[in-house]
Design a binder for this molecule. Structure first.
Ligand code: KG4
Ligand code: ZN
Length: 339
């Protein structure tokens, strides 16, 4: 049986829609929001307004590219949380209205679970490898940093997480300190390619177990740069690439160290990563080389499924559809993680 799911994602600053036919991707459309670029972060009120403007064209484009009429849809899946409430409300309300209008099931999706299940999106000829259960997933995004033990599509256990800032937030804040635009992660990634990752050393956290902390690193970067600027006002400009490479290297080593500890502690050698920061070229190389040394089977998502997208919402919707795990019209978004 062909099941067509429309996925809708609006948790932060990307308005996205995707159509999946069973677990095979048919279209994946994202409208980003330039409006936040000069604010050093997402402005919630501006994000909600931009979602409101983008949602209809994005959904129409996703249906067109998939060559699907909305009457063919089997269900509507939407991001219920976590995220910005005003942003989530746009996608949630639209999904509810569309499901009601078409008289098809409504499926609520957890954004973090979806980042992980993006690994199960199949390309047209189903040639891509998908992880075997159980596996560990390092989920690293702008709002979250977790190590998740994935037992099943719907059975996930967080075994380590940040006690303060997220990895992506640290990239973004470091970029802001250096006067780089938001989101800082991709900009740092780019500049780091010409830099020396061992040029500058920053404080690394000493947190026991599998949890992370990034607030000390952020302060270390801030104070280091502030002190150097006192001696040389052009310090950032003259050392930008080395600063970016060193910051990136420090974040990566914190992540990989904990991932190794998690694999050792759990005896699980199937390792995946997900979320916006998993787009980082240094992190992608580092997880591959750590995996070669440790004998891991590593799963690195295609770039289009790392940052926020609706394909991951649609595929999660598909697995929930098979379980008949449907929501009703009382579904209300949530801001904080429930995983
Ligand atoms: O998953 P995502 O799109 O949204 C959230 O759910 O938060 O992640 C966004 C985060 C931002 O902090 C952004 O700077 C970071 O992912 N990011 C990167 C890269 N691309 C996106 N960080 C480092 N290197 C990248 N190439
Ligand atoms: Zn995300």
């Amino acid at each position: 049986m062909q099941i067509y799911i429309l996925g809708i994602e609006s948790s932060c600053d990307d308005t996205a829609a995707a159509v999946i036919e069973n677990d095979i991707i048919r279209s994946n459309v994202t409208a980003g929001q330039e409006v936040h670029k000069n604010f050093g972060g997402v402005v919630p009120e501006l994000a909600s307004r931009a979602h409101q403007q983008n949602i209809i064209p994005v959904i129409e484009t996703a249906l067109q590219l998939a060559n699907i009429n909305k009457k063919q849809l089997s269900a509507i899946a939407f991001t219920k949380g976590p995220g910005l409430l005003g942003s989530l409300l746009v996608g949630t309300s639209f999904a509810k209205a569309l499901a009601l209008g078409l008289d098809i099931p409504l499926i609520e999706v957890d954004h973090l679970q979806a980042h992980i299940l993006a690994h199960f999106i199949r390309n047209e000829d189903r040639s891509n490898a998908v992880p075997d259960f159980p596996f560990l997933c390092l989920t690293v995004s702008g709002g979250h940093t977790q190590i998740v033990k994935v037992h099943e599509y719907s059975d996930m256990e967080v075994i380590g997480q940040t006690i303060d800032d997220a990895a992506g937030e640290t990239f973004d804040k470091a970029a802001k300190i250096m006067g780089l635009p938001y989101p800082g992660g991709p900009v740092i990634d780019q500049l780091a390619q010409q830099g020396d990752p061992n040029r500058f050393a920053f404080a690394k956290p000493r947190i026991p177990g599998l949890d992370f902390s990034f607030s000390g690193l952020k302060t270390s970067i801030l104070y280091f740069i502030r002190d150097r600027l006192k001696e040389n006002p052009d310090f950032i400009e003259q050392n930008k690439a080395d600063l970016c490479a060193s910051v990136q290297q420090t974040i990566i080593s914190i992540l990989i160290e904990k991932l190794k500890a998690a694999s050792d502690a759990s005896g699980i050698y199937h390792i995946a990563m997900a979320g916006g920061v998993s787009a980082n070229s240094g992190l992608r190389r580092a997880i591959s080389s750590a995996g070669e040394k440790a004998g891991w089977k590593v799963y690195i998502p295609p770039l289009s499924y790392t940052t926020d997208n609706a394909a991951m919402i649609a595929v999660t919707g598909y697995f929930k559809y098979l379980q008949k795990d449907f929501a009703d019209q009382s579904a209300a978004p949530y801001a904080r993680s429930r995983m």
